[in-house]
Design a protein around this ligand. Structure first.
Ligand SMILES: NC(=O)c1ccc[n+]([C@@H]2O[C@H](COP(=O)([O-])OP(=O)(O)OC[C@H]3O[C@@H](n4cnc5c(N)ncnc54)[C@H](O)[C@@H]3O)[C@@H](O)[C@H]2O)c1
Length: 356
């Protein structure tokens, strides 16, 4: 199959759909990969590396869309790309159709086969192509939080690990899912005192079993949250109720209970945020302050670390890309229930009930 990898043109998107390692695997399977020149640059992969792995590097985005039977990318197509997508072309990427009727209409008109990363499921019903981005965001939440605790950028002036003779900082994590557990690992590794609150006791039991001694668990309710926020330095929001807006666990009035310079990182900002005062921010301007509390609410945290994010994402997408290329989309989806759930629009027809 002819597979095309265009350069992402969405503002500040530096990830790429296939790495040179992926090109090598696809080439070994008898496929031809066409990569747009400089597509991998933002993630640290040169045209030369792609060529050495067996790809053909093409000058412009149109050439890639023109030649490819399947396009593999990262972000949903934006308006400039709509007209490039061809009838019967497979497009495998994040789409998030529910949040854009314009995109949905454009993809219906294109008559392409749209397979969305975010709705592909594992056998256990989890979303394997979303997990790596939560892993990145969870780990980054602590890195960013630790930085914004520094006094010159309006933080409390606390070093999370402490030093001999000075107690460590305290990190409160709301939600013990993928984001929460990765954040906890990082914070615990720095030597902080960490508490994870969740409403799922089975999850809390698991966390309690596997985490080091400086990680504690608690049940998530208003009473416990109000008690803990008074003394914690960094608060990370990583809750998710699938298909719903995040619950507002930290209300505006609670900010006054925190000590000045407390940092709150709302990773759940993409689901509306779990703090009442959350509003989405960007990497250019990641924080704002309300009631002396530093808010970090970047909606695409993995975008800041494109090398790690690209490799983490393509580790999980590549097996599906190979399957789609080897078998063709119809056979591949028929034989794999989880991949079948990724089908959102087929040749002008919406088939995923979430966007019907
Ligand atoms: N900002 C970003 O760049 C970025 C990147 C990746 C993921 N995210 C977002 O982070 C959020 C978390 O993702 P995840 O993969 O960890 O989800 P997950 O499903 O693995 O975990 C969510 C956890 O929240 C818990 N929860 C639900 N209600 C709760 C409550 N009231 N109190 C405490 N815990 C509660 C659940 O029991 C679950 O353990 C999602 O909204 C996701 O979209 C954001």
């Amino acid at each position: 199959m002819k597979i095309g990898v265009p350069k992402e043109i969405k503002n500040n998107e530096n990830r790429v759909g296939i790495t040179p390692a992926g090109v090598l695997e696809l080439t070994k399977n008898g496929h031809q990969v066409y990569v747009q020149s400089t597509a991998g640059e933002g993630s640290g992969f040169s045209d030369e590396e792609y060529k050495n792995a067996g790809a053909e590097v093409l000058g412009g985005i149109k050439a890639v869309y023109d030649v490819a039977e399947m396009i593999v990318k990262v972000k949903e197509p934006i308006a400039e790309e709509y007209g490039l997508i061809k009838e019967n072309q497979v497009v495998f990427t994040y789409f998030h159709f529910a949040s854009s009727s314009e995109l949905t209409d454009a993809m219906i008109s294109s008559k392409a086969i749209c397979i969305a990363y975010e709705t592909v499921e594992d056998k256990d019903g989890t979303l394997p192509l979303l997990t790596p981005m939560s892993e990145v965001a969870g780990r980054m939440a602590v890195q960013q939080g630790a930085k914004y605790l520094e006094k010159p950028i309006k933080g409390k002036g606390v070093l999370l690990g402490g030093v001999p003779g000075v107690e460590p900082g305290k990190v409160l994590i709301l939600g013990g899912g993928t984001v929460g557990i990765q954040a906890a690992k990082m914070a615990a590794g720095l030597g902080a005192i960490v508490t994870i609150l969740d409403v799922n006791l089975k999850r809390l039991r698991y966390i309690s079993d596997v985490m080091p001694d400086n990680v504690f668990t608690g049940f998530s309710n208003e009473y416990n949250i109000r008690k803990l926020i008074k003394t914690y330095d960094l608060i990370i929001g990583g809750v998710l109720i699938p298909g719903a807006k995040a619950p507002k666990l930290i209300t505006r009035d609670m900010l006054k209970e925190m000590t000045p310079g407390t940092v709150i990182v709302d990773v759940a900002v993409d689901q509306g945020g779990c703090f009442e005062t959350t509003k989405p921010t960007t990497h250019e301007n990641p924080t704002y302050i309300i009631d002396d509390v530093v808010h970090y609410c970047v909606a695409n945290m993995p975008g800041a670390v494109p090398y790690t994010s690209t490799v983490a994402l393509t580790n999980v997408t590549l097996p599906y890309v190979i399957k789609l290329a080897n078998m063709g989309w119809e056979k591949a989806c028929a034989g794999d229930e989880g991949l079948h759930k990724g089908l959102n629009i087929i040749k002008g027809e919406v088939v995923y009930e979430g966007i019907l």
